[in-house]
Every structure is written in structure tokens, then in C-alpha cells.
Write a protein that binds this ligand. Structure first.
Ligand SMILES: C[S@@+](CC[C@H](N)C(=O)[O-])C[C@H]1O[C@@H](n2cnc3c(N)ncnc32)[C@H](O)[C@@H]1O
Length: 370
């Protein structure tokens, strides 16, 4: 890569509330043993299974060319999975327009608190005509000028909400999620608050990207999802990411019962994540009307799952993702204990350690800007 510069764009629709949440959203930075870089083989597995689909779709559906081809990755984290994705995309574009030799400008987007230093520090050195830039800010709002992007990409990021739905943390609301930290196993009002919030967030994401992408521009999305509504696969012998989050929540409840963390802190904490189902996501995209669905496919991330077959590895995978926001709510001093408890619970329920019991799915989407 030839040139690096950082642009700071906080997004046009950032609200005070969202801003106050930004610090909670970054993955563990750096390259240490608890970092996202060292504990994201599951997310890397998502890219591995999607690679042939990305290559096929770019070859078949990309009919827009720009000699200065601009690509953005929304929710890139520290880049270790983003760089290989960009490599797949740029190589497929070069193959498609063999004689035209485009130059690429690649924008790496993530929240302001993301560790962009590690991202730029670990950018691979390559000969290709590729220029990298960082764009910090929430992707639910506008981050780029009108019609300035040729290709958009996002992997394992659109399950993040812009914030926790207000009603689930409001003790006067029927959706107050007392004693739980997510919607799994919670009352239906909690689930509905999450699912409504998700629909609004995805709609905002699509609206922003529709303005930023050129007509005919493509957007490839890899969206973590559930195979059935309300995680009905979280049975005694199978599990999904939401049921893992629920198990982590049960450790917090245990710690509150023992007086290690305050009950009030557990009651006011909820994970800002939602795992859609394919029909729901399809409906949101169709109602938005800015994009044509060129391909929608369910991919099973068996490679990534296979890499997480010890309780320790599974716990480190969630810790790298959630530790920042958990420290913010409960303090750094209880993190080892929380994740030790979680590791022990995983180890005591061996079905969590067999990758075949994991029923989470990834939705591959190739959208074309109308
Ligand atoms: C699980 S990581 C995925 C990183 C990378 N795409 C991969 O596949 O490994 C999700 C990333 O999305 C980012 N993210 C979540 N919500 C975001 C938002 N509203 N705006 C920008 N980035 C966001 C997080 O900070 C995090 O780095």
C-alpha cells in the first residue's frame, strides 16, 4: 500500500446519545492475547466461506467502472480480516476489468474509539495501486459525499445496533429488561424493542449508503443472523450467538447475586446487538427500495466455528468483542472473574464446544444501487 492518511468524519446523524455510546463499541485493540486481532478467527471464517461468492458476484454483476475505484469497508475493526477482504475485492475487480488497470482508494470505517493505530500499523505493504484512508464515525449515518463510492462492503458488523433500545433500560417501560442483558429468553416486549430498533438502524444504513454509492454501485454484506425467530435453536443441545450472550449474562446475574457487581448495574446493562432472520432482513431491504437484491444466500461459517472448539478460545472470542463495553459498565477489576465464570459454564455444557451444535448463520447479500 502506498499512502496512508486519516480522515475524521463523525457522521451527519450522530446524536448526543449515540455519541455517549461510541466509546463502548470498540473491539479490544492492539495485537495482544486478548485483542480482537488475535481472537477473530470466527469472523475470518466468515470471509473464507464468502470468498467464492464475492468473486463470482463481482465477475457477474459489476458493470460499473471507475479508473479511481473507491471502496469502503464499514466496521473494519483493526483490519486483520478487513485487509484480506479488500484484497479479494480488488483482485476480483482487476480481473473483471483486466486491461483498464484501475487505482483503488480504500476507506476503512469504524467507530471513533476503534484502534486505527493498529489498523494502519499492520497494513500489508503491497505493490498494487491502492491508497488507504481511515474514516471514523457511526455507519448508521452519512460518512461520505454523495455518489462518491463505487463499492461498499461490511462483514460481521450489521448486527450492532446504533444504541441499546431506550425502552429496555427504562424501568417504567413494559419492555424493561430486568435481570437480563439481552433479548434471549426475555419477554416479548424486549424482543420487539430490539427488532424495531434494528429495522430502523438498517434502514438508516441503507439510506446513507444509497446516497454515498454511485448508481449501479455494488454493496456486499455479510450479516450475522439467526436461523429462526427469537433463537428457537438455543435448545439444550444447540446454540447461537444470542444464546452465548445469554450465558455470559447469566454469569453477570450470578455475580450480582453474590454482591460482586451491583444488581442495578446488571439491570441497566443490555448488549446493543440484534441477530436478524433472512426474511426479516429481506423485508427491510425491499421496503427501503434503494437497492436491488442481486443475491441473497445463507452461508454456514463452519470453518470459523471449527477454530473455536475449546472453552478458553470461545470465551476469548467474546471477550475481545465485548470487554470494552463491559469494563465501562462493571469495571476492569471484575473482567477476569467474569470470563473465568463464563469459561467454566461453557466447559460444563459440552454442547457449546462442538462446532456442529452452533446454529448461527451468516447472510450473504449482494445489493446493487438502483
Ligand atoms: C465483530 S467486528 C467485525 C470486524 C471486521 N469486519 C471483521 O470481519 O473481522 C464489528 C465491528 O463493527 C464496528 N461497528 C459496530 N457498530 C458500528 C457503527 N455504528 N459504525 C461503525 N462501526 C461499527 C465495531 O466497532 C467493530 O469493529
Amino acid at each position: 500500500m502506498k499512502q496512508q492518511h486519516i480522515e475524521l468524519n463523525l457522521g451527519s446523524t450522530t446524536t448526543t446519545k449515540q455519541t455517549s455510546m461510541l466509546g463502548l463499541y470498540a473491539m479490544n485493540g492492539g495485537e495482544g492475547h486478548l485483542s480482537y486481532a488475535q481472537n477473530s478467527s470466527y469472523q475470518r471464517g466468515v470471509l473464507d466461506v464468502a470468498k467464492p461468492l464475492l468473486e463470482e458476484e463481482i465477475a457477474a454483476k459489476l458493470d460499473h467502472f471507475n479508473p479511481n475505484f473507491r471502496i469502503a469497508d464499514f466496521g473494519c475493526s483493526t483490519g486483520h480480516n478487513s485487509f484480506p477482504a479488500i484484497e479479494i475485492i480488488t483482485e476480483a475487480i482487476e480481473k473483471k476489468f483486466e486491461t483498464l488497470r484501475p487505482e483503488f482508494q480504500v476507506f476503512f470505517n469504524d467507530q471513533v474509539m476503534n484502534d486505527f493505530n493498529t489498523l494502519f500499523h499492520s497494513l500489508p505493504q503491497r505493490k498494487r495501486n491502492l491508497y488507504a484512508a481511515g474514516v471514523a464515525g457511526p455507519f448508521h449515518g452519512r460518512l461520505f459525499p454523495k455518489a462518491s463510492l463505487d463499492f461498499a462492503y461490511s462483514s460481521c458488523a450489521l448486527n450492532w445496533l446504533s444504541q441499546v433500545p431506550e425502552a429496555v433500560a427504562d424501568h417504567t417501560s413494559p419492555a424493561w429488561n430486568k435481570g437480563r442483558v439481552h433479548y434471549t429468553g426475555a419477554k416479548h416486549q424486549v424482543f420487539e424493542a430490539y427488532s424495531n430498533h434494528y429495522a430502523n438502524d438498517i434502514n438508516s444504513f441503507l439510506q446513507a449508503r444509497a446516497e454515498e454509492l454511485v448508481t449501479g454501485g455494488l454493496m456486499a454484506l455479510l450479516v450475522p443472523a439467526d436461523p429462526a425467530p427469537r433463537c428457537s435453536h438455543g435448545s439444550a443441545t444447540s446454540f447461537t450467538t444470542p444464546t452465548e450472550i445469554d450465558l455470559l449474562g447469566s454469569c453477570l446475574v450470578d455475580m450480582a447475586n453474590k454482591g460482586i457487581v451491583s444488581e442495578e448495574r446488571v439491570d441497566s446493562f443490555n448488549f446493543p446487538l440484534y441477530f436478524t432472520i433472512p426474511e426479516e432482513l429481506k423485508g427491510i431491504i425491499e421496503r427501503n427500495m434503494s437497492f436491488k437484491i442481486e443475491r441473497m444466500e445463507i452461508v454456514n461459517n463452519i470453518w470459523g466455528k471449527g477454530r473455536l472448539c475449546s472453552a478458553k478460545a470461545r470465551a476469548a472470542y467474546l471477550r475481545a468483542v465485548f470487554e470494552g463495553m463491559l469494563i465501562n459498565q462493571f469495571g476492569r477489576e471484575v473482567m477476569d472473574q467474569l470470563f473465568d465464570r463464563y469459561t467454566n459454564k461453557l466447559a460444563a455444557s459440552p454442547h457449546f464446544l462442538d462446532p456442529h451444535n452452533e446454529k448461527s448463520i451468516i447472510i450473504f447479500l449482494l445489493l446493487k444501487r438502483n
